[in-house]
Design a protein around this ligand. Sequence first.
Ligand SMILES: [Zn+2]
Length: 108
Amino acid sequence: MRKCVKCPRCRTSSRSHSTGKAMKKDTVLPGRLSKIKVTWDKYWCPRCKVHFTMITHLNGEQYHSTGGQYTPRAKRRALALRKAGNSFENVYRKTGIPPNTVHEWASK
Ligand SMILES: [Zn+2]
């Protein structure tokens, strides 16, 4: 059965057209990156006429994915630490994500 989710832009119900598994880097343990298995589904929004990807963790958490080798959860954690006033070095020590990667995310 085809899965359906709402488009992250316009909330139109969109159908999945392909699915697969991937390994992504995530901050499961403090200061260390682990590779975790996720499943991804590609969807097509008929209104925006764009493809978008949702990734689902084994525990059922689902995220809109913009690609990249890190999970949105890892990205969110790093940016939250940065916002809380941590230096890039500190964020690296706490998450294992290199300073230049966090810098790139923070400057968008
Ligand atoms: Zn849409």
